[in-house]
Write a protein that binds this ligand. Structure first.
Ligand code: NAG
Ligand code: NAG
Ligand code: NAG
Length: 232
C-alpha cells in the first residue's frame, strides 16, 4: 500500500460516533514479506504429525487470533491441536479446511490484518470439532446508525511522523471516496474540532489496551464500544 512507507507508526481512524457500516467492502491488499510470511513459505505442505521449524510461530499466530488457548505450547510439533486450530482458521476465512499449510492459507495469513482476535472466547478458543463458518458481518448492539449522510473528517496527531502530508491527505480522500461511491454518504475534510471522524498517527500504546505491535504485524484493532477504529 502507498502508506507502507510508515515505519513504526500506523495510521488509524477514529470515529466519534459508532460506525454504521457493518463491514468494509473488499479492497486489494498486498501480501507482506514479514518474517512470518517467510516462515509460512517454509511451512508449505506441512501437516499433522510433522515437526518443522516455524510451527511454533504458526502456533503463536493461531493463538494470537483466538484459535489456540493462550499459554499453549509453542513447540514445533504440528499436533492435533494445531491441525484443529488451523482448520478452524481456514473455515473462518472461507478457505478449504484442509488442516494443511496450503497455498491459500499462506496467502491469507500473509495479508495485513486487523489486530483483534477472530474468535473471542474464554477460556478455550478451540473447542473440539469445528464450528461452521461465521456470518460475514454483525451489527453493533442496538444497530446504531449515523443520523446524517454528510460526514466530516479531520487529522489529529498522536505521533510525529515524517511523511508526505499531501500523499496522506490524498489517500484519505480516496478512501472516503470509495465509501461515497457505494453508499449514500459523502465526506469532506475539515479542521473543525467537531468533525465526525478523526484520523491520525499513533505508536505503541495509544487510546486502548492494544498497543500497535510494529510494522507488518497486526493492524489496529476495531472496536465498537462507543467508537470505532480501523487502520489502513
Ligand atoms: C460470506 O461471504 C463469502 C464470500 O462472498 C460467501 O461464500 C459465504 O457464503 C458468506 N457467508 C455467509 C454466512 O453469508
Ligand atoms: C508528495 O506526494 C505528492 C502526491 O503523491 C507528490 O506529488 C509529491 O511529489 C510528493 N512530495 C514529495 C516531497 O515527495
Ligand atoms: C465539501 O467540500 C467541497 C469542496 O471543497 C465544497 O465545495 C462543498 O461546499 C463542501 N460541502 C459542505 C457541505 O461543506
Amino acid at each position: 500500500m502507498a502508506l507502507n512507507l510508515l515505519n513504526l507508526s500506523i495510521l488509524f481512524v477514529l470515529l466519534n460516533i459508532i460506525n454504521p457500516f457493518p463491514f468494509a467492502g473488499p479492497r486489494t491488499l498486498e501480501a507482506s514479506t514479514t518474517p512470518f510470511s517467510k516462515t509460512l513459505q517454509n511451512l508449505r505442505g506441512v501437516h499433522r504429525g510433522q515437526n518443522a521449524k516455524g510451527v511454533g510461530e504458526l502456533r503463536g499466530y493461531l493463538q494470537k487470533y483466538g484459535y489456540l488457548t493462550k499459554g499453549s505450547s509453542s513447540n514445533d510439533n504440528f499436533d492435533e491441536n494445531v491441525e484443529s486450530a488451523l482448520k478452524h482458521y481456514q473455515a473462518f476465512h472461507h478457505l478449504r479446511d484442509t488442516g494443511v499449510v496450503d497455498d491459500d492459507t499462506i496467502k491469507k495469513m500473509s495479508l495485513p490484518r486487523c489486530g483483534m482476535p477472530d474468535i473471542i472466547t474464554n477460556p478455550n478458543p478451540n473447542p473440539n470439532g469445528l464450528v461452521g463458518a461465521p456470518e460475514n458481518y454483525t451489527f453493533f448492539p442496538g444497530s446504531p446508525k449515523w443520523s446524517k449522510f454528510f460526514l466530516t473528517y479531520r487529522r489529529t496527531s498522536g505521533a510525529t511522523v515524517s511523511i508526505n502530508e499531501t500523499a496522506v491527505r490524498r489517500a484519505m480522500r480516496d478512501a472516503f471516496q470509495s465509501w461515497a461511491n457505494v453508499s449514500p454518504f459523502t465526506f469532506n475534510e475539515t479542521t473543525d474540532r467537531s468533525a465526525d471522524i478523526t484520523y491520525g498517527f499513533h505508536r505503541g500504546l495509544h487510546l486502548d489496551l492494544y498497543p500497535f505491535d510494529g510494522p507488518g504485524k497486526g493492524a489496529s484493532p476495531c472496536f465498537c464500544a462507543g467508537r470505532w477504529e480501523d487502520s489502513l
